[in-house]
Design a protein around this ligand. Structure first.
Ligand code: GCB
Length: 586
């Protein structure tokens, strides 16, 4: 799915800014057709933002159900004769959209974009009313899953259920005949690069593709909707150096360019060979973090300032990668990673699919995780659709090297294998060029887990020294080493996608005291000693980059404190420890 862009044949208009907003606690707005009139009793709400923490109002923070947004937009006069599209970069977790009185689109899933061709419903030069109802309820059929009982929301993942319009909203124009999709797959053979392209179009015309280098010089061109461009003396995209070409895709009729779309392209390869993870044929070692889209006041809103700052802090630590735990991030993040050579593990919003684990944490009984009463075949189809939308959105990003289709699902039952087998196969079918996997949790160690066998890499979240052997790093070191040696026998690369300890910034201790800054740094050092002794370990991503908001819980102090930075991005001692390991030369 192509992002909106400004170009010779296309224009964008941002709908970001102040919208009108109203909660619908009784769930009557759809029936009463609130979209038909200016939203009554509405308050101001900035977009993009999670609505939860913006106002000083607990009923907004803890709202369960529908919330309404409304704005007006004047369609540029110059768009007469063009196709007009309304696009939401995300609406969490599901939404219905009206333009004036007409429903134009509905979408399930809080972290991927959706759009509607609204040409027939708007008039260039005139104003239109855009109304959106956003529903934040999590059910057995949503990703992530949850349950609503007596108006209260329970969920099974460890981050706050922020909701609303978290990302940009656009109105954009394209010509009626236009480029509707582009897929690129790149290859390297010595100093020669290849860019295979597949272009989809709507309407009559011929396709031409032109590749230019970062200096704007043309390096290759081709005619036709599929083909291969060959780039001599290629400048590859590589970790640490986000070199990008531009692929200009044109739809032409005779001498006229009807539509033009420009896609940044990084020429690189990814391959799993034995226990190695190869980028451009060379062994790659992941350093970095599991992150969250999370910040004070704005919740999960995308924000360029915060994004650039977070990448600067990652670079300061020497991180070369991140996992988009636990949902697809804003596309701006992937663009930035592309440009800066940061490697990305791209994850779906499948988190919390393990009711056995939750029974212990929430101290209540649950039915089996994967069953006709819980996560069933219909839920699996929602998951499949989420994978389709993720791959469709992110397939062309050179930074994305690995798909993670679930975090810590139940993984030791026949039902789990039956659920995931088709999803792994689907991911491979949609994208045969990237490895795929699921992330394993500690209660399904080697010998018990049955999902890592399905994936191309082993991904493990481990908390020895925190949830297990709390305060005893010597025991943690032994246990971790023993388990990693077992996983190494799988013959696949092993990535430790989470390890860490909750830490209260400012708490210091001479002894091995959990929650102190020294303990967090010592725990990371302990893990690093073990990683360096087990050859198959090719990835270390600390949990977490920064402290983040969660649902209230006795194990959380105003959120999860496993960040090596605080929520306002101040370094804890562990950040300096990581910098010493990942950037030994400063
Ligand atoms: C995990 C989860 C992550 C949690 C983390 C923790 O294994 O993947 O979402 O936040 O543990 O801190 O407990």
């Amino acid at each position: 799915m192509l992002r909106p862009q400004d170009g010779p044949t296309r224009e964008r208009k941002s709908l970001n800014g102040m919208w009108r907003f109203r909660l619908d606690p009784d769930g009557v707005g759809r029936e009463q057709e609130w979209f038909r009139t200016p939203l009554a009793q509405a308050r101001d709400m900035p977009v993009p933002a999670s609505y939860n923490d913006v106002l000083a109002d607990a009923t907004v923070r803890d709202h369960v159900g529908d919330a309404w947004y409304q704005t007006t937009v004047r369609v540029p006069r110059g768009w007469a004769g063009e196709r007009v599209v309304l696009r939401f970069d995300s609406a969490t977790h599901r939404a219905v959209v009206w333009v004036d009185d007409v429903e134009v689109v509905r979408h399930e899933g809080g972290y991927t974009p959706f759009e509607a061709d609204v040409t027939a419903h708007v008039r260039p030069g005139e104003e239109s009313r855009v109304t959106v109802v956003v529903d934040n309820r999590l059910t057995w059929h949503s990703l992530p899953p949850g349950i609503v009982e007596d108006g209260r929301q329970t969920y099974f993942h460890d981050f706050f259920n922020y909701a609303g319009l978290h990302r940009s909203v656009w109105l954009y124009s394209t010509p009626a005949a236009h480029v509707s999709d582009v897929t690129v797959v790149t290859g390297l053979d010595g100093g020669t690069g290849t860019v295979d392209h597949r272009v989809e179009t709507v309407g009559a015309g011929d396709v031409r593709v032109v590749l230019t280098d970062a200096a704007g010089r043309e390096v290759a061109r081709d005619e036709g909707s599929t083909g291969r461009l060959v780039v001599e003396d290629v400048h590859p995209w590589r970790p640490g150096e986000g070199y990008l070409y531009d692929l200009r895709v044109e739809l032409t009729r005779e001498a006229e360019v009807v539509d033009s779309y420009t896609l940044p392209v990084g020429v690189r390869t990814v391959e799993v060979r034995g226990t190695q993870f190869l980028v451009n044929g060379e062994p790659f070692r992941f350093t970095g973090f599991g992150k969250h889209e999370d910040a004070l006041f704005r919740g999960k809103a995308h924000d360029d300032v915060l994004m650039v700052h977070d990448f600067a802090l990652m670079e300061w630590t020497g991180a070369n990668s991140l996992r988009t735990s636990h949902y697809p991030y804003a596309e701006e993040v992937l663009d930035h990673a592309d440009r800066h050579g940061i490697v990305v593990i791209d994850e779906t919003a499948a988190v919390g699919q393990n009711l056995g684990l939750m029974a212990g944490i929430l101290r209540r009984q649950f039915p089996p995780t994967f069953s006709p009463d819980t996560i069933d075949d219909a839920a699996r189809e929602v998951h499949a659709q989420a994978i389709r939308e993720l791959v469709a959105r992110d397939k062309n990003h050179p930074s994305v090297v690995l798909w993670s289709i679930a975090n810590e699902p139940e993984s030791d039952t026949d039902a789990a294998v039956a659920y995931f087998q088709p999803l792994v196969a689907l991911t491979r079918e949609l994208d045969p060029t990237r490895p795929v996997g699921t992330v394993n949790m500690a209660f399904s160690p080697y010998g018990r887990d049955r999902l890592q066998a399905l994936g191309d890499v082993v991904m493990l979240n481990r908390y020895y020294g925190w949830y297990l052997h709390t305060g005893d790093l010597a025991a943690a070191e032994q246990a971790l080493q023993a388990e990693l040696e077992q996983w190494a026998t799988e013959g696949k690369p092993v990535l430790v996608t989470e390890y860490g300890a909750d830490t209260l910034a400012g708490l210091h201790s001479l002894t091995a005291e959990p929650w102190s800054e020294e303990y967090q740094a010592d725990l990371l050092d302990t893990y690093h000693r073990v990683f360096d002794r087990v050859e198959a370990v090719v990835g270390e991503q600390v949990w977490n980059f920064a402290d983040f908001a969660t649902a209230p819980s006795v194990g959380r102090v105003a959120g999860n404190r496993k960040g090596v930075f605080t929520r306002d991005r101040r370094p804890k001692a562990a950040a300096f420890a990581l910098r010493r390991r990942w950037r030994p030369l400063g």
